[in-house]
Design a binder for this molecule. Structure first.
Ligand SMILES: *Cc1c(COP(=O)(O)O)cnc(C)c1O
Length: 387
């Protein structure tokens, strides 16, 4: 892996994406248009905005920025990652349709599909996307969407996007990629041919653990029009203030991703030879089962590293109580380093049998490496492992 995984152009793109001086005052930063409605000169005659659910200049600026950073023609923002997912599925699916979803999809995504879409007669097949036999067995003309998340959470499996595209093409299904873990800086599913890319902007795009948001990017005018219509008609829009904060965060995305990557590589290398660690999950390690795919489709590895403590749940508790920098909390992708116990926290709602199958047990921990000094993160883990 090169020591600077961020392509140079992303540093410039991040800073300038969607930024153009405000025409009223020349403000370098797009203003926060904290308004629900807009004055009209005469009925139906206005400056392009009539109601903030339909459109808002602060949101427009963010959406142009999101499209630019993802290398997409179009971008849309939502009030959360799940709201973005809901909008996408609302427009792509009808009763009788089937969907292939990776088995270790984000827990909230699985819950959304099971609790709200299944009752409309849509069938979801949760399968291991690295198992070609399983995919072929479920692939049919009824499948309208193939939904993948890569790398996956929490065991950081990598799914081959190009291969998924070939399956989608066989049955004319749409390929949707949840690109949250890789970020727009390190992985570009649209350039591989995915139809839609989706993010929980709450994570790397927001990056400061202070905003909930979602984003959808596409190169298809038809899909853009449909999802935008759902954004307006179903109404899961972000507020102008949140749009401003997310747009502000974009400026440092490349710089942050570089540091997240450096830190996760250092942490994964340390954990690989650390005592009391029985297994490390990180796509950047040679022994990761999908390392070759990761190298092909990702230019960097973000900040996520998972590992098993060689011991009992009591040992895990001892280890956690000794940490000083890593904070025990859900979520990921922020500037501060977090640690999560998937079995009891983020993945507690996943059925136990599925948890076991996915390798989520009492000794598994998931790290979100922030942007602190690598040496401080490694030292913190080293000290805590000496329980
Ligand atoms: C957090 C997350 C989501 C859900 O996003 P919210 O902003 O919490 O609604 C979806 N996918 C992935 C991969 C996530 O990490």
């Amino acid at each position: 892996m090169s020591s600077t995984p961020v392509e140079a152009k992303y540093y410039t793109k991040s800073v300038h994406a969607g930024m153009s001086p405000d025409p009223v005052a020349g403000a370098v930063t797009p203003p926060i248009y904290q308004t629900s409605t807009y004055a009209q000169q005469s009925p139906g005659v206005h400056k392009g905005w009539d109601y903030t659910r339909a459109g808002n200049p602060t949101r427009d600026a963010l959406e142009i920025g999101l499209a630019e950073i993802e290398g997409a023609r179009y971008g849309l923002s939502f009030s959360s990652g799940l709201a973005a997912e809901q909008a996408v599925m609302q427009v792509l699916l009808a009763p009788g349709d089937e969907v292939l979803v990776c088995d270790d999809v984000y827990g909230g995504t699985g819950r959304l599909f099971r609790n709200y879409f299944e009752k409309y007669g849509i069938k979801f097949h949760f399968i291991d996307m690295n198992d070609d036999e399983e995919i072929s067995a479920k692939l049919s003309s009824k499948v309208k969407v193939i939904w993948v998340e890569t790398p996956t959470n929490p065991t950081l499996k990598v799914i081959d996007i190009e291969k998924m595209l070939s399956y989608a093409k066989k049955v004319q299904a749409k390929l949707v990629v949840d690109n949250t873990f890789a970020s727009p800086v390190f992985q570009h599913p649209l350039s591989i041919g995915a139809d839609l890319v989706l993010h929980s902007s709450t994570k790397y795009i927001g990056g400061h653990s202070d905003v909930i948001g979602g984003a959808v990017m596409t190169n298809s005018q038809e899909l853009y029009d449909l999802v935008k219509r759902s954004q307006f008609e179903a109404g899961s829009i972000p507020s102008p203030m949140e749009c401003f904060l997310l747009h502000r965060s974009l400026k440092t995305l490349a710089v942050r991703m570089n540091q997240h990557h450096q830190n996760s590589v250092a942490v994964a290398e340390f954990l690989s030879s650390a005592p009391k660690v029985s297994k490390v999950y990180f796509p950047g390690l040679d022994h990761h089962p999908n390392h070759d795919v990761a190298l092909r489709q990702m230019s960097g590895f973000s900040g996520m590293v998972s590992f098993d403590i060689d011991g009992s749940y009591e040992d895990v508790l001892k280890f956690l109580s000794r940490l000083e920098v890593f904070l025990l909390a859900e979520s990921l992708g922020g500037v501060e380093s977090l640690i999560n116990h998937p079995e009891r926290m983020t993945h507690a709602s996943v059925p136990e049998a599925l948890r076991k199958q996915l390798g989520i047990g009492p000794t598994l921990l998931r790290l979100s490496c922030g942007i602190e000094a690598s040496s401080d993160l490694v030292d913190d883990l080293k000290h805590a492992l000496d329980f």
